[in-house]
Design a protein around this ligand. Structure first.
Ligand code: ADP
Ligand code: MG
Length: 384
């Protein structure tokens, strides 16, 4: 499955190979030709399966032949749920844009940092990746206009269309031209699909890349899921036991709230284990630095809230630990999807208390997969 026959020029295909993009993933193979043809696309494929390139590449290609723009009138708008994801998607536009002969200006805008540099940078931008709140601020101050948008992308589309973003998204949709291309991508779009289709999409290509059947013996699970039943009091020592006895190169730990994240980090530090934290109460500078350090492999342990559960791509991350279960089964799927990306494998471990067993069952049922639960009261945590 190379990048041939998708409508991309051979010069680009060669350049992609030099970036180690040698084979198109199934979602890329299915989506790229339709996006190039200007169709609406609803793309559903699992975490880490290369959804970003499946819209970035064809969008950049189309802009090669249709670059003219009015100043401050972006042609492509990509909406994402978090600042970190905005930066990451922008990096992909940048990286692939550099492979093409005609310069395409792309930019990411998001809250938590000063708005002035973003206002200045919004000159002659073709592709804008944004979180909704900051985008609306920039629109209000006339730093950007959305009336020329030809293509709208919702990455993590189910999240963008759920209640938490509803008002902002409606406001943004009202500013866009009625005739435009809509591209929606997510690993977890199910119930909403019908609604989404009628709301946003015109005769869309619905692309759903099914996971291979589990009954096949040849099918190797990329994410090796397991769970431990542990009491609240023993969670801290048990976590340290895991971190010290397993030789994961890096571990991403999820907890439910900013306070809990700080708590976990503090306890790790008290026990001589270095860790960084990312959550909504940290400054954007601290968030960005922590993620950059983790992505660069300069710190072994990162503890985060669900802020980091969507879309964030950490190369070769070998392990995700749920220090607490997420409330939503979808978030569980996104959290563990930070490992096992791009055909690599990884461990996903959940610490579950007795009180959470029922909820854990619901998560497994929604996911359609049962997870081996191990008991831990025999584990000697002395010294951890
Ligand atoms: P998704 O959005 O589906 O969760 P991403 O687009 O973030 O996945 O891609 C996951 C990882 O796979 C990224 O590191 C990306 O660079 C890599 N990747 C994507 N497509 C390919 C490809 N065709 N060949 C090699 N690596 C790829
Ligand atoms: Mg993604």
């Amino acid at each position: 499955m190379s990048f041939n026959n998708l409508g991309l020029p051979s010069s680009l295909i060669e350049a992609l190979a030099s970036l180690d993009y040698k084979q198109a993933t199934p979602i890329q193979k299915a989506a790229i030709p339709h996006v190039l043809m200007g169709k609406d696309v609803l793309g559903i494929a699992k975490t880490g399966s290369g959804k970003t390139a499946s819209f970035v590449l064809p969008i950049l290609m189309k802009l090669q032949v249709d670059r003219a723009l009015k100043n401050r009138h972006v042609k492509v708008l990509v909406l994402v749920p978090t600042r970190e994801l905005a930066m990451q998607v922008q990096e992909v536009f940048q990286e692939f844009g550099n492979l093409l002969p005609k310069h395409i200006k792309s930019l990411a805008v998001f809250g938590g940092v000063s708005i002035n540099p973003q206002m200045i940078a919004l000159q002659n931008v073709h592709v804008l990746t944004a979180t909704p709140g900051r985008l609306l601020e920039l629109v209000a101050s006339k730093a950007v206009h959305l009336s020329d948008v030809k293509t709208l992308v919702l990455d993590e589309a189910d999240k963008m269309l759920n209640r938490s973003f509803q008002e902002e998204i409606n406001e943004i949709l009202a500013l866009l031209p009625k005739r435009r291309q809509n591209l929606l991508f997510s690993a977890t779009l199910s119930k909403e699909v019908q609604e989404v289709k009628s709301l946003l999409l015109t005769n869309p290509e619905v692309i759903k890349i099914e996971e291979k059947s589990e009954s096949k013996e040849t099918d190797i699970e990329l994410i090796n899921q397991s769970a431990y039943l542990v009491t609240e009091e023993r969670k801290g020592p048990f976590l340290r036991y895991l971190l010290q006895t397993k030789d994961w190169k890096q571990v991403l730990i999820f907890a439910s709230s900013s306070r809990k994240v700080d708590n976990v980090v503090l306890k790790l530090k008290k026990n001589g284990i270095e860790a960084l934290a990312i959550h909504g109460k940290k400054s954007q500078g601290a968030r960005t630095r922590a993620l950059a350090k983790f992505k660069a492999g300069e710190v072994r342990i990162l503890v985060a809230t669900d802020l980091l559960s969507r879309g964030i791509d950490i190369e070769f991350l070998p392990c995700v630990i749920n220090y607490e279960l997420p409330r939503s089964p979808k978030d569980y799927i996104h959290r563990i999807g930070r490992t096992g990306r791009a055909e690599a494998s990884g461990d996903a471990i959940s610490l579950v208390t007795k009180e959470e067993l029922h909820h854990f069952k619901i998560i497994q049922k929604k996911m359609g997969k049962w997870i081996q639960l191990s008991y831990t009261e025999e584990v000697d945590l002395h010294g951890f």
